[in-house]
Each structure stands twice: as structure tokens, then as C-alpha cells.
Write a protein that binds this ligand. Structure first.
Ligand code: NAG
Ligand code: NAG
Length: 512
């Protein structure tokens, strides 16, 4: 279909958004969500650690960290760097894989239609292959390689790394129920993804997931008390109870075994699942995700109804907070309409909120329900329109006219806080670049990064929609794997709704 028609159709949808959001006019631009989706998967290739495969598309990266685990006699080669440094942090890595798997479970069809299904599976498997290696015994999980302090002392390409690659584990004497729970959730969710295409692998993932959950549940403790080096970077502030509920619900989804459901229902109160109303969903705090899953269950068994309703009321509190429809405790917004949780890497919360809102809007649509908030009633189309407004802000409908998804559109951050991207690639510059040499010659440059970190979602603007594209400004210009991971499903779903519009079918975003 011709582009003109596309634009006309997109414009007709825009007024629908005005009712709910403080709207910025360029919102009525039409975005290419399929392109954003494709770019997302390139980002995961940029973050790969280990031996890169022949079909690696991001060619400014090369093999790195090929002796990870060697000091401890374990093979920990692979996995992902979390953000702009070269540390492998298990907790956010696992959350990233849970999010990616969830996106494929819910929107696999749409990802496939956009031609990205194989890339999605590769992105997940790069993580799950690593978790299998890292889970060396039923009660042993390696949860970090490298450490933030020594790593941050240097500014080096991962390919040149000279920093400590010491690995850290949790076990029965040094427990880590949060990281074990999150890794169990990731493996359980991924087992659902691979069930059809790779049943043997799926079974293997499930086996590890079940063992990790048992380990986390039996030996309770916060991983950052066992692995002190994680504390300054990915401290488990919310504790491990949310991750144990999260693991249980994912294991129930993957196995339909009553024991996991019963755990989830019996611990609901004591573990905070039905008592904590929280307005963020992140690598640390899983409650909103747990509550959302619980409230989307189609429960034949009425005996669970009471607890599930309690879960649902907390999920609704979260969703209404994002929609600014609670009497009190809503998520703040910038003047440009972006959800605002906190200064440092705010986009992670925007991305996870957009994902949960999108999922829930489809749930409302399928079950012919509306969301009842204290300040109003919201239908599925309106809820989805709000999620779209957040994604459109990310892609360029914002006061800075900037796409916060790197590589998308004409104007995006040029100085992403990222070691590999900010230094000439090994392909261009074969010389070794040392620890402080990177700081001296590359970090402080005002020029754009030599390598574009396509598909990365950076931390984003401040509460006044302002953004400084400067490399040392890590609060705004650093990207993390879990930022982009939360958007994958939303991009796919938006692409589908756009495709419907293109073909002149009833738009999924109808007028409100
Ligand atoms: C969206 O981007 C993809 C490239 O990623 C391109 O093939 C496609 O034609 C674009 N769609 C529109 C409507 O411009
Ligand atoms: C919310 O505010 C409305 C209007 O002020 C009031 O009628 C309602 O009772 C409040 N709901 C709660 C749960 O406080």
C-alpha cells in the first residue's frame, strides 16, 4: 500500500489518544514498529559475550571473555553484558530472558509475521545456554562474572578486557533465592517458547528451572548478601519473596502442576503478592508482573477465586497508577507525557509499563472487560492507546524530537555510554586498547560513537523531557538489556495493529 494512505489512516487514529494523555502533537506521526522490532534483536547481538557465531550480524563486535569461569574451573563463556560495561550480572540477565520469553509466548505470532521469530529465539537461547552452564549442580548457580568496581576502573572493548573475570556463585551455604528464582522463571518461560520447535531443549530448561526453584526455596537468602560485589550494582532491594512467587507462577504456566499453583496461592499473603501495591516493574521488583499474570488466569477452579481476586486488585492498582487514574499514588509524568519513575534509567519503567498495559489490554479485549479505576473506567483500546503513546514518545514523539531507541529515525543518541560502541571496533583498529587508554582516547571524546548500538533503549530524558547526549551522562545515555527486552512484545503488537490499519480492516485502536 502506498505511504500516503498509511499516513492518512494513522492520522485518523490520533485524536483517540487525546482524551487520556497530555499529548504532544507530533504523536500523530506514523512509526515503523516492525523496523523497531528488527533493531531490538540486533541490540542483543551487540551485548553478546563469548564466542560469536558465524551468523553474527553486528560485526563491530568480536569474541570476548573466552576464559570466563576458568579460574574457578567452570565454563562460563557466553551470556550477555548487561549494559555499557563488561560485567555479566545474573539477576538482570535472567530478567531480560524472562521478558523476552514472555514476549514470544504472548506475541510469537506477531513476531513471526514481522519476520523476526528466529532472531527472537536466538536472543533467548543465548541467555538460556549460559544459564544451563552456570547451573553446575542442583544447589549451585554462578551469578556474576567480573565485578563492577574493577570493570568501571577501565574503559575497554570487551574484546580487549584485562580486568578481573572472577566468577561468583550462590549455593546452600551462601544462598540467593532472588537470583535462583529469577533464573528459574526465565528457564520456565523459555521452556514454553521452545516446546514446539525444540522439545528436548525445552525439557532440559524445565528441569533446570525446577531444580533452581527448589534450591531458592529451600535455602532462603538475598544473593547480594552472599555475593557482596553485586550490591553496589544490582542489589536485591525488594528481597527474594517476589522472585519466588514469580518462579512459582512461571513454573505453573510451564507445567500446570498444582504444587506450583498452590505455592503461589498459599504464599500470596506472606510473600507480599497480594499485599504489596507497587507502581514499578523492574529487574528488582516483580510484584506487578506477578499480579498481572495472576489476574489474567482463566480459573475454572473457583476455590482459588479469593486469592486471585486479591492479586488482581493489586494488578489493577499498578495499571491505574500508570494511567493516572488512582485517587492517590499514580506514576508521575513529564510535561511531554512520558511516565516518570526515577531519574536513572527511567526508560526501563516506561518499557515494562508499556508491556504490561499492552498485555492487559489484550486480556480485556479477549474477555470483554474494562478496567475499573478509582477515577474512571478504561477499555482495552484506550489502554492500548496509552501504551502506544509511550512507545511513540520513545521513537520520537517528544519535545526533544529524539528517538531513544538507538538507530531508529533521523535523530537518536550518538554518545551512548557503552564501552564497545564508543571505541573503534577490532575490525577497524586491531591494536590493543588498554584500561585507561580507553578513558584517555575514547571516553572523553565529544564525537559520536564510532559504532551505532542499534536497538538499544537508553535511560532517556529527565522529568522535564530534557536529554543530554553525552557519554559520561550514564543516567540518561546508558542502555540495558532489560529495557529493550520489555519492548519487544509491544513493538510486535503495534506492528500487527498497524498492519490491520494498512489493510483497511477495522483498526484495533478504534476511536474511544
Ligand atoms: C518498515 O521498515 C522496514 C525495514 O525494517 C521496511 O522493510 C518497511 O518497508 C518499512 N515499512 C514502512 C511502512 O515504511
Ligand atoms: C476516590 O475519589 C472519589 C472522588 O473524590 C471518591 O468518591 C472515592 O470514594 C475515592 N475512592 C477511594 C477508594 O478513596
Amino acid at each position: 500500500m502506498k505511504k500516503d494512505n498509511v499516513n492518512v489512516l494513522s492520522f485518523t487514529l490520533c485524536p483517540a489518544l487525546l482524551s487520556l494523555t497530555a499529548i504532544f502533537l507530533p504523536l500523530c506521526e506514523s512509526f515503523n514498529y516492525s523496523q523497531a522490532l528488527s533493531q531490538s534483536f540486533l541490540y542483543f547481538e551487540s551485548q553478546r559475550s563469548g564466542h560469536l557465531p558465524y551468523n553474527q550480524r553486528v560485526t563491530w563486535r568480536h569474541h570476548s571473555a573466552l576464559t570466563d569461569g576458568l579460574e574457578q574451573g567452570v565454563d562460563l563463556v557466553g551470556g550477555y553484558y548487561d549494559a555499557g560495561d563488561n560485567v555479566k550480572f545474573g539477576l538482570p540477565m535472567a530478567f531480560t530472558i524472562t521478558l523476552l520469553s514472555w514476549a514470544v509466548i504472548e506475541y510469537g505470532q506477531q513476531i513471526d509475521t514481522a519476520g523476526e521469530y528466529a532472531h527472537a529465539l536466538e536472543a533467548i537461547k543465548w541467555g538460556t545456554d549460559y544459564f544451563i552452564k552456570a547451573h553446575t549442580q542442583p544447589n549451585v548457580l554462578w551469578v556474576e562474572v567480573g565485578d563492577g568496581d574493577t570493570d568501571h576502573y577501565c574503559w575497554q572493548r570487551p574484546e580487549d578486557m584485562t580486568t578481573s573475570r572472577r566468577a561468583f556463585k550462590v549455593d546452600a551455604d551462601n544462598p540467593g533465592s532472588d537470583v535462583a528464582g529469577e533464573t528459574a522463571a526465565a528457564l520456565a518461560a523459555a521452556s514454553m517458547v521452545f516446546r514446539r520447535t525444540n522439545p528436548h531443549y525445552s525439557q532440559l530448561l524445565l528441569h533446570h528451572a525446577q531444580q533452581l526453584f527448589e534450591f531458592g526455596d529451600k535455602y532462603k537468602g538475598k544473593y547480594d548478601e552472599s555475593v557482596g560485589v553485586a550490591k553496589g550494582y544490582y542489589a536485591s532491594v525488594s528481597g527474594y519473596k517476589d522472585e519466588l512467587l514469580w518462579a512459582a507462577i512461571w513454573l505453573y504456566k510451564a507445567t500446570l502442576k498444582d504444587k506450583y499453583l498452590n505455592y503461589f496461592l498459599e504464599k500470596a499473603h506472606d510473600f507480599g503478592g497480594t499485599t504489596w501495591a507497587i507502581t514499578e516493574f523492574s529487574w528488582d521488583v516483580k510484584y506487578a508482573g506477578i499480579q498481572a499474570i495472576a489476574s489474567m488466569f482463566s480459573m475454572e477452579e473457583k476455590k482459588h477465586e479469593v486469592v486471585l481476586k486479591q492479586y488482581r486488585s493489586q494488578a489493577e492498582h499498578y495499571l491505574c497508577a500508570c494511567l493516572n487514574l488512582n485517587n492517590v499514588s499514580n506514576v508521575e509524568r513529564t510535561p511531554g507525557g512520558l511516565l516518570y519513575t526515577r531519574q536513572w534509567n527511567n526508560m526501563q519503567y516506561v518499557a515494562t509499563a508499556s508491556f504490561l498495559l499492552t498485555l492487559y489490554s489484550d486480556h480485556l479485549l479477549a474477555t470483554h472487560q474494562k478496567l475499573l479505576c478509582q477515577k474512571g473506567v478504561v477499555g482495552p483500546h484506550e489502554m492500548f492507546a496509552f501504551a502506544k503513546s509511550q512507545v511513540d514518545y520513545i521513537l520520537g514523539s517528544n519535545p526533544m524530537g529524539m528517538s531513544y531507541l538507538v538507530g531508529y529515525g533521523p535523530n537518536f543518541p550518538q554518545r551512548v555510554h557503552h564501552r564497545g560502541a564508543s571505541i573503534e571496533s577490532l575490525k577497524e583498529n586491531k591494536g590493543f586498547i588498554g584500561c585507561t587508554q580507553g578513558y584517555d582516547n575514547w571516553y572523553g571524546r565529544v564525537e559520536p560513537n564510532p559504532n551505532v548500538l542499534i536497538g538499544a533503549l537508553v535511560g532517556g530524558p529527565d522529568i522535564k523531557d530534557q536529554f543530554k547526549d553525552e557519554r559520561p551522562n550514564y543516567i540518561q545515555t546508558e542502555a540495558c538489556t532489560y529495557n529493550t527486552a520489555a519492548l519487544v512484545g509491544v513493538f510486535a503488537r503495534l506492528h500487527q495493529s498497524q498492519a490491520h490499519t494498512y489493510h483497511n480492516e477495522t483498526p484495533l485502536i478504534a476511536s474511544i
